[in-house]
Design a binder for this molecule. Structure first.
Ligand SMILES: NC(=O)c1ccc[n+]([C@@H]2O[C@H](COP(=O)([O-])OP(=O)(O)OC[C@H]3O[C@@H](n4cnc5c(N)ncnc54)[C@H](OP(=O)(O)O)[C@@H]3O)[C@@H](O)[C@H]2O)c1
Length: 338
């Protein structure tokens, strides 16, 4: 039997942490000890893993002793606070929050897109997983960039509520129920009612008028694909439970026809082409739940510029984030860790 790795999952009782645990199990990651960690609220609960009940412990400074790989899915505050200590204790941290993504010492990695960046994992002992909307955007853009050099991207994203976590999923469900029963929709997680609505604000506003989510789309994409790319973004929260969508307009240095783009994306790592408008075949959030691949469709030329393409890109945000985190761990244990 090969080496087994002691693994911690921080945020194990949440949407993202739960999906990481599922991916570890499904992909038969060689786990020795599994340690599941959360806030005090869920501590003491049990989570089934490989046929055993694992009791969830409260996260503290001693949580990472003996751990080889620590997955963080509990938000930026806990990642900022605990990743350095976990790394000092010898664990490689794979963080799904925004805490470390723009730190120059920390590789920002999409498996299969820029896995080579993992060579820098030891600088801080932390690897960051991009924002889920960035994973799907960059997965679709990378093959186009490799072929024809992307100059500019205009993206509008349609974020499902699961991107905010379990409380937001409950809020949408509750609001729908209340409205159908003639009661008002109470908004706690979002600044406005999300049921039957679209909110053009994802996360807080920054000084430049963009939201933090929009700046993540811009900054993280450029960290992975290159800072020469111009990018502007509008992020909108929509009343969808699972699956983010993105309308993407791309301008390239060299011309790519819609047919060439289809051929590229049909065979691209991590992507699935779903583009047969005559059959009303195109990606939709209801169809991608649980899917590992980023679905791309509605590919057509943008007639308003010389070398332009339009795409529609949809993926299960929770799934692709967790999968990416586990694939990073697979590469680390396969290539870098002893
Ligand atoms: N949902 C997505 O699509 C998605 C995608 C990409 C990245 N992420 C990232 O994943 C993280 C969690 O998101 P989520 O959607 O899974 O949220 P969630 O469903 O609300 O779950 C959050 C989990 O984190 C735990 N937690 C919160 N603060 C903690 C702390 N200070 N110390 C220890 N545990 C803490 C919670 O514990 P209790 O249960 O005890 O409260 C819960 O288990 C965020 O960083 C988010 O950016 C999520």
């Amino acid at each position: 039997m090969g080496k087994l790795w002691n693994v911690a999952v921080v945020g194990a009782a949440g949407i993202g942490g739960g999906q990481i645990i599922e991916c570890l199990e499904e992909r038969e990651f060689p786990v020795g000890t599994a340690r599941f960690l959360t806030n005090s609220r869920s501590a003491g609960e049990s989570i089934e893993f490989r046929g055993n009940q694992v009791v969830v412990a409260e996260l503290d400074d001693d949580s990472f002793a003996g751990i080889d790989i620590a997955f963080f899915a509990a938000g930026s505050d806990s990642a900022r606070k605990y990743c350095p200590g976990a790394a000092m204790a010898g664990a490689v941290c794979i963080d799904t929050s925004g805490a470390w993504r723009m730190d120059p010492r920390v590789p920002l990695v999409i498996s299969g897109v820029n896995s080579g960046a993992l060579t820098g994992y030891s600088a801080a002992g932390i690897v960051s997983v991009p924002n889920s909307a960035v994973i799907q955007l960059v997965s679709a853009l990378k093959p186009l960039h490799d072929l024809a050099v992307i100059r500019r991207v205009v993206v509008a994203t349609y974020h499902s509520v699961s991107g905010t976590g379990a409380m937001a999923v409950n809020e949408l469900e509750k609001q729908i129920r209340s409205l159908f029963n003639g009661k008002p929709a109470e908004a706690k997680v979002y600044p406005h009612q999300i049921a039957f609505n679209c909110i053009p604000q994802v996360d807080a506003f920054t000084d430049n008028g963009y939201t933090r989510e929009e700046m993540k789309l811009i900054d993280e994409t450029r960290k992975i694909l290159g800072r020469d790319i111009g990018l502007t973004a509008t992020a909108v929260r929509v009343p969808v439970f699972y699956g983010h969508s993105a309308a993407v307009t791309v301008e390239t240095e060299r011309k790519i026809t819609a047919e060439d783009a289809r051929d590229l994306l049909r065979n691209a790592a991590g992507c699935r082409l779903l583009d047969d408008p005559a059959e009303r075949d195109y990606p939709m959030p209801v169809d991608v739940a649980g899917d590992d691949l980023v679905a791309v469709g509605r590919i057509r030329e943008d007639f308003s510029v010389e070398n332009g393409l339009n795409l529609w890109v949809v993926a299960d945000n929770v799934r692709i984030t967790a999968l990416n985190a586990v694939q990073i761990a697979e590469t680390l244990v396969g290539t870098y860790l002893k």
